[in-house]
Design a protein around this ligand. Structure first.
Ligand code: FAD
Ligand code: EPU
Length: 295
């Protein structure tokens, strides 16, 4: 590993070379220059050279060699949530919140919304994302998805900052319609007032669906469900559960999860993904994001 060097950028962002394995739920990934940006000025500076945005690292398979681009991590005010109802846009039934930073961890946000009796996002319980990453791919479950609770998105690119509403985007199952390079810096949520205990009951119900998911280091489901057919079932029927390559394993609990047994390399994970594609007779679209992209 290269010696760690911490510097401050022109606008005061902390810049540090770090192993990305530390930031991914799979626990795999080589080094990159990580920019910790806490405000719009720092974000604008970070976008002056090729970049990637890192959220909760819960959908990523990062190469053992790392990535050459800057890796942006939203911190400070860009990782804080103002859930105060906007008086002009909220009423007896609906609440439109203040700004919620793209770097806010989703699980904590969901817990807070439950306590406040604010509904629409509780179906996303158990997704270990940050708000920006969950918006980027419209993370969800069959009980609800991120776009079910969005009012406005603030998008930053090297060209500047703009606000968009969900109806301006072509979003759908695991898709936001945003383009690569769009940074979700903040969002405003659109929520429905509900009794906290009712929100809690819906959260618990949605959480039940996770009972069969493995508890080890993983980036979640490897493939999207093709045409609504569970990819996990297809992988299971192909007899692949429990297959191990190096330190990576197709979870015995659920065919669509690859887990790190400890010491897995990105090559091990790629080899399992190739094996699944080869053995399952249906074309599968990857849900994981590979850094760098392949082919
Ligand atoms: P990352 O993994 O860090 O990044 C993923 C992509 O989002 C990258 O392209 C990245 O550049 C982009 N991104 C991140 N932050 C931003 C930002 N601020 N602006 C723009 N782009 C950004 N997913 C589901 O949909 N449903 C589930 O039920 C589910 N369950 C999971 C369970 C487990 C145990 C795990 C580990 C994962 C699960 N996932 C699930 C997958 C994952 O949580 C989602 O894909 C999530 O949206 C990834 O968000 P993240 O913040 O971790 O993003
Ligand atoms: N199944 C099998 N064998 C397996 C796995 C699943 O036969 O090895 C069967 C189950 O018995 C069930 C069906 O497939 O009949 C669906 O399985 P499950 O209920 O586990 O749901 P899923 O479709 O595999 C989806 C999401 C998950 C989300 C859950 C709960 C996708 C790709 N996956 O899983 O999201 O948590 O529903 O809502 O849409 C993710 O996207 O990363 C993710 C974890």
């Amino acid at each position: 590993m290269t010696a760690t060097s911490v510097t401050a950028s022109r606008s005061g962002a902390r810049v540090e070379r770090l192993p990305l394995a530390r930031f991914t739920t799979l626990g795999v990934g080589g080094e990159a220059e990580v920019w910790f940006v806490g405000n719009h000025e720092q974000l604008a500076e970070a976008l002056e050279a090729p970049y990637r945005v890192l959220g909760g690292g819960s959908n990523l398979v990062v190469a053992d060699e790392g990535v050459p681009e800057r890796v942006i991590r939203l911190t400070g005010p860009l990782a804080e949530a103002d859930l105060t109802p906007d008086p002009d846009l909220s009423d007896a039934e609906t609440v439109v919140t203040g700004w919620v930073g793209g770097g806010v961890p989703l699980p904590g946000l969901i817990r807070k919304l439950q306590k406040l009796g604010l509904s629409n996002l509780e179906g996303t319980v158990g997704i270990p994302a940050q708000v920006g990453g969950a918006v980027w791919m419209n993370a969800g479950t069959r009980y609800g998805e991120m776009f079910g609770g969005l009012h406005t998105l603030e998008i930053v690119t090297p060209g500047g900052t703009r606000q968009v509403t969900p109806d301006e985007l072509d979003w759908g199952y695991r898709r936001s319609g945003l383009s690569r390079g769009h940074v979700v810096s903040r969002v405003r949520l659109k929520l429905r007032r509900s009794a906290p205990e009712e929100v809690r009951a819906r959260m618990d119900f949605a959480d039940q669906a996770r009972k069969g998911q493995p508890k080890m280091k993983t980036p979640g489901c490897a493939f999207k469900n093709p045409g609504g057919v569970p990819a996990g079932r297809l992988i299971d029927e192909a007899g692949l559960k429990g297959t191990r390559i190096g330190g990576a394993l197709i979870a015995p609990e659920h065919g669509n999860f690859i887990v790190n047994l400890g010491g897995a390399s990105s090559r091990d994970v790629h080899a399992l993904l190739d094996l699944i594609r080869e053995r399952v007779g249906v074309p599968l679209e990857l849900e994981y994001e590979l850094w760098p992209e392949q082919g």
